[in-house]
Design a protein around this ligand. Structure first.
Ligand SMILES: Cc1cc2nc3c(=O)[nH]c(=O)nc-3n(C[C@H](O)[C@H](O)[C@H](O)COP(=O)(O)OP(=O)(O)OC[C@H]3O[C@@H](n4cnc5c(N)ncnc54)[C@H](O)[C@@H]3O)c2cc1C
Length: 690
């Protein structure tokens, strides 16, 4: 320090640094007021008229809070209080697997949180727990899912009282760790192609489970490599007959097969287990491969809710065909998809929170002779993160809706609702998990080099979440189920049938589509019009209706020459676009409803802003489609673009409040690069500086 400088001297470098740090910290705590327009930053041009919304954080937080927030806090606080149960960066696969097992046992036995009790009776609570444990360690979330939803859920949903009575407690307290063994080496997506057999032996009153060839080895089975004692094995049920065929294939059924001795943990006779080894992510889950060599199980081990075999080898079912039984069985297993969609939104919230916090704190470059600016003030950074923040809100409400519908379905077993939830869960699971997977990379990139440090979480989140796009149904395959359902509804509509609840809008929008776009409204470009939910929803639905009608016509045409399989394949990309478009309409409808239902005016205004950004950004992304058919005239397209940029900037102004409203415990979003309380000090300590 030179003699002419005093501590009060603000030009002193150390004081400037302190001031800057305080300023940075306050950026998150009190996000920047609207910036003054600066000639160097063109994106500020639209900010001249921008009035920053005042957001009542507490009320927005309260509106966004799930009903089971306390339960989630209990989970998170429990793990927070147990350092030995926290997953360190760089843990080995073997240690990680054991840690995950200890975590799940501690959750159930020490924290006394029993996820299994909610699987059927209160699914919203169950999904809340899995989201919370997944935020501690994604592997733990998946291990919980395998134990309680896949293995446990298959026993409860596909079995009957005798199975519940025998297995409930062991599954609940993790005395019976188990697996869900559906996928085989040769067949994953095509479950009806499974080859494992379960042949009834009337002499001993047993089923004999066999792996007929190596392609039928059960593969990727969670909990199989190390911990599982039982597996629900999906196999073709074969009944002896007196004709020349000798056996009759009754289709895929589920069977409980003990795989390891309950006391010694030795693999049981006739069963071979191999380890699927180190994976790109989720290394806390022990995935294994299972081969069966004439493994005998009692007849009672058939999970017989949808089909049963009597002592004398007679098959009975309330459902008339193999396809109907198969559909009913898979219909009972959609809970896994609902959970993945719900948890995926949770991971999106975590990564958006870290990336937005970092972008508010981080400063790079600036106008000449002026302080550096927050990187969130760059238009490009806003474009990376603000539509993503808006989508996170949109998905939050959509996932809540899905859980509500699923819970209702579990109570009522209403047939129409079952079909609706099946398509809705397939659509939302695929749309949300694909979006989150891409966003995790974008968030990493938005945090520059520091986003690449493992301690800042993007690496593990990205790698662990990546497979959400594939398991519980590959996303491309699931979207086709949505498209198939839409086509069925379309056909039914013209045959006078009723449309399911979620699809109901097609009734009106198809009619709108059949008349040409209105040349007058196509030119309307006022902000009020563009921010009118009716315009936004009409635009989304118009696109879906148009895609639906055109793909139906193409399928009809091509099936004459290519057959139905060939025609479907010829139109596949069109069908996938249709499914995504429909899901976006469903998501927007839920978001608009959530805005309308918000009781607090300031929160409602904030949500409206975010919802408009979500809607207009999507319309702008697909502007070519709207322009092609003159649904949107050139002047209107320009106005949509301008307004989207403006909304991006407005949302940026309240980004701090918006991420706070997710109300994620700080321990979960603890990325040293973006800590609100200690800024970079945690990060420098992490690499060894004192
Ligand atoms: C970490 C992990 C854990 C798992 N846990 C379990 C478990 O516990 N139990 C269990 O039973 N299974 C489990 N699985 C298996 C998982 O469910 C399957 O991998 C998944 O269903 C996809 O099947 P597949 O791997 O055979 O992919 P494939 O079906 O071979 O798909 C490969 C590609 O082909 C495309 N494709 C396939 N069919 C079509 C089509 N009709 N149209 C267009 N494209 C198509 C897909 O889009 C995909 O891109 C797990 C997998 C992993 C990696």
């Amino acid at each position: 320090m030179s003699s002419s400088q005093t501590v009060e001297d603000e030009s002193h470098p150390s004081i400037t640094a302190v001031n800057r740090r305080i300023q940075r910290l306050s950026l998150h705590l009190t996000p920047l007021p609207p910036l003054q327009p600066s000639p160097q930053l063109h994106m500020l041009a639209c900010a001249k008229a921008a009035n920053k919304l005042e957001v009542d954080r507490a009320s927005l937080q309260c509106y966004m809070r799930g009903k089971n927030r306390e339960l989630q806090e209990k989970v998170i606080n429990f793990f927070e209080s147990k350092p030995d149960l926290q997953t360190p960066v760089g843990i080995s696969m073997e240690e990680h697997r054991e840690l995950c097992m200890r975590q799940i046992v501690a959750l159930v036995r020490d924290a006394k949180i029993r996820p299994f009790r909610y699987v059927v009776d209160d699914p919203a609570k169950y999904f809340a727990i899995t989201e919370a444990v997944g935020s501690i360690d994604v592997s733990l979330g998946i291990k919980v899912g395998v134990q309680f939803s896949l293995w446990g859920g298959s026993v409860l949903n596909l079995g009957t009282k005798k199975h519940r009575d025998k297995y409930f407690d062991g599954i609940d307290n993790v005395d019976y760790p188990g697996c869900f063994a559906m996928t085989e080496l040769h067949h994953g997506s095509n479950v009806q192609g499974l080859q494992t057999t379960a042949t009834f032996d009337p002499i001993t009153d047993e089923f004999i489970i066999d792996t007929p060839n190596d392609g039928a080895i059960k593969w990727w089975i969670g909990n199989a490599a190390v911990h599982g004692k039982f597996a629900t094995v999906f196999a073709k049920l074969m009944l002896p007959t007196h004709d020349s065929k000798k056996v009759s294939d009754m289709g895929v059924h589920a069977f409980i097969v003990p795989i390891r001795d309950l006391k010694t943990h030795q693999t049981l006779p006739g069963i071979e287990i191999q380890d699927c080894g180190h994976k790109i992510g989720l290394n806390g889950v022990d995935n294994g491969a299972l081969r069966f060599r004439s493994v005998r199980i009692p007849r009672d081990n058939l999970l017989n809710r949808f089909g049963d075999v009597s002592r004398d080898g007679k098959y009975t079912s309330s459902l008339p065909t193999i396809n109907k039984r198969f559909a009913a069985m898979l219909g009972e297993l959609v809970g896994g998809r609902v959970g993945l969609a719900y948890s995926s939104v949770g991971f999106l919230k975590i990564s958006v929170t870290i990336a937005v916090r970092y972008s508010l704190l981080r400063q790079q470059f600036g106008p000449p002779q002026q302080p550096e600016v927050s990187i969130l003030d760059y238009q490009s950074q806003q474009h990376k993160l603000m539509p993503m923040l808006a989508s996170t809100y949109a998905f939050h409400f959509a996932a809540q809706y899905l859980v509500e519908k699923y819970s209702e379905m579990k109570k009522t077993h209403d047939e129409q609702l079952v079909a609706d939830v099946h398509a809705l869960s397939a659509g939302l699971k695929s749309y949300i998990t694909s979006y989150t997977a891409k966003s995790l990379s974008t968030c990493r990139e938005a945090c520059g080099g520091h986003g690449y440090a493992a301690v800042n979480r993007f690496g593990s989140l990205r790698n662990d979440h990546d497979i959400f796009q594939t398991f519980e149904g590959d996303n491309t395959v699931l979207l086709q189920q949505v498209a198939a359902d839409l086509l069925k509804q379309y056909k039914d509509k013209f045959q006078g049938g009723t449309l399911s609840v979620t699809w109901n809008y097609l009734r009106e929008s198809m009619n709108t589509y059949l008349s040409q776009p209105n040349p007058i409204t196509a030119r309307w470009e006022s902000t009020d019009h563009l921010r009118d939910p009716k315009f936004q929803l009409d635009a989304f639905r118009y696109r879906t209706s148009r895609l639906l009608q055109s793909v139906a016509a193409r399928l009809r045409k091509h099936s004459k020459t290519l057959g139905s399989f060939g025609a479907w394949n010829r139109c596949l990309n069109h069908l996938l676009t249709l499914a995504e478009s429909h899901i976006e309409s469903v998501i927007l409808a839920r978001f608009i409803e959530a805005v309308q239902n918000c009781p607090d005016a300031s929160s409602q205004a904030a949500l409206k802003l975010v919802c408009d950004l979500y809607a207009l950004d999507r319309i702008w992304n697909d502007i070519g489609t709207y322009r092609n058919v003159d649904y949107v005239a050139p002047n209107k397209a320009k106005a949509i673009h301008k307004l989207t940029e403006y909304l991006c900037f407005q949302v940026r102004n309240i980004a701090g409040e918006l991420i706070d409203a997710f109300d994620i415990p700080e321990s979960v979003t603890r990325a040293p690069i973006a800590m609100q309380s200690e800024a970079y000090s945690q990060y420098t300590h992490h690499v060894g500086f004192q």
